[in-house]
Design a protein. Structure first.
Length: 365
């Protein structure tokens, strides 16, 4: 990325760091994530104009209450302490390299991957990509601190998933005679059960997973590989499958189901900054997040059976898909397009780009 584009992202971060990570009570501030995606895709010139409109919705950064230190576990998952967490992580990334801070806190935060409907890990993923691609820019490092703080303050586990983070890597599945092979990411997502009562916010919905028949089996369906290349491959397949599935199931909740793809995509982007021993639990957490969002938001029937129009006719260049997202303006559409363009680059599957059009149609400007 050019020096000018990096400077634009720094300016955007600085504007956003005086605003809170949430607004209207609980909605996540997507400004840093959308700005990073636009800059990364060559739309740095659109960032400040987009922020001029978006920031009218945001609130001032909250006041702190008390410093976080050795008692950090008591503050984990307490959204009232987000300013305290931000001050803590800003100190941490000033005192030591950002990779060291990330390496210490990633395994502590990973079991709470559902934080703010996965926005914690997504914001960290965007910040990590910016640092990996632009270098150790000081303002980028500050954005990582803000992302980690938001994740810590909203830390929330996926019900039933705790064992998955401690489960040792099993290596490639070698089924016994007569056993079915381990499912692919697409097959595992297709087999996730749905909660019957799809009302209320994400916390209420996640709570209903505890008694959902088939949920424990769904959580343990994937075989977590041992080899780093296989871990990356399965995580990539998960982001790809969740993106394409949006085309058929995004109408269940157009905004929330975006994150079933962008959360594993964010983890995938962070892997190069993590020690390899953290890759397997990262895959387990990504699966738990994507499966949980599917279970609590995906509809029972696909778009074709729900009476929605079919996918857009003809092929569309990836550049046009992202341009349409920027023109649309919604932060979720922009983030989803950012992920979908990567999926299309890996797979050549035009349904990934069609899913962007679906999101733009379903989500209001």
């Amino acid at each position: 990325m050019t020096t000018g584009a990096t400077g634009t992202l720094d300016e955007a971060y600085q504007r956003l760091h005086v605003t809170g990570p949430e607004f209207d009570g609980w909605l996540s501030n997507h400004g840093p994530m959308a700005a990073e995606a636009m800059v990364r895709r060559g739309y740095a010139g659109n960032v400040h104009r987009w922020l001029d409109a978006y920031m009218r919705r945001l609130e001032e950064f909250p006041r702190g209450t008390a410093a976080i230190g050795e008692d950090w576990q008591e503050a984990l998952g307490d959204p009232r302490r987000v300013a305290d967490w931000t001050a803590y992580f800003r100190r941490e990334v000033t005192a030591q390299p950002w990779r060291a801070v990330l390496g210490t806190w990633w395994p502590r935060l990973l079991p709470g991957v559902a934080a703010a409907a996965t926005h914690g890990v997504i914001r960290v993923g965007h910040a990590a990509r910016a640092l990996l691609e632009d270098g150790d820019d000081a303002v980028h490092v500050t954005e990582l601190a803000h992302g980690l703080a938001y994740w810590a303050a909203r830390w929330q586990p996926v019900p039933g998933a705790a064992e998955g983070y401690r489960r040792p890597a099993a290596g490639p599945a070698v089924p016994a005679a007569g056993d079915a092979p381990a499912p692919s990411a697409a097959d595992a997502l297709a087999a996730v059960p749905r909660i019957a009562d799809q009302s209320g916010g994400v916390r209420e919905r996640l709570g209903r997973l505890v008694g959902l028949p088939g949920w424990p089996a769904a959580l343990t369906a994937p075989v977590i590989p041992a080899a780093p290349a296989e871990i990356r491959s399965w995580l990539t397949d998960l982001a790809d499958a969740a993106t394409v599935r949006y085309l058929s199931y995004g109408h269940g909740n157009a905004v929330m189901l975006v994150h079933s793809a962008t959360a594993p995509g964010a983890v995938l982007r962070t892997l190069p900054a993590l020690d390899i021993e953290l890759w397997a639990p990262s895959l387990a957490a990504s699966w738990a997040a994507a499966a949980a969002l599917t279970a609590v938001y995906a509809p029972a029937v696909p778009a074709a059976r729900a009476g929605l129009p079919g996918p857009p006719a003809g092929t569309q260049p990836a550049e046009d898909a992202f341009a349409r997202a920027v023109d649309h303006g919604d932060e979720h559409v922009i983030k989803f397009a950012d992920t979908a363009v990567d999926v299309y680059a890996r797979t050549g599957d035009v349904d990934a780009l069609a899913a962007v059009i679906r999101a733009a149609d379903l989500i209001g400007r």
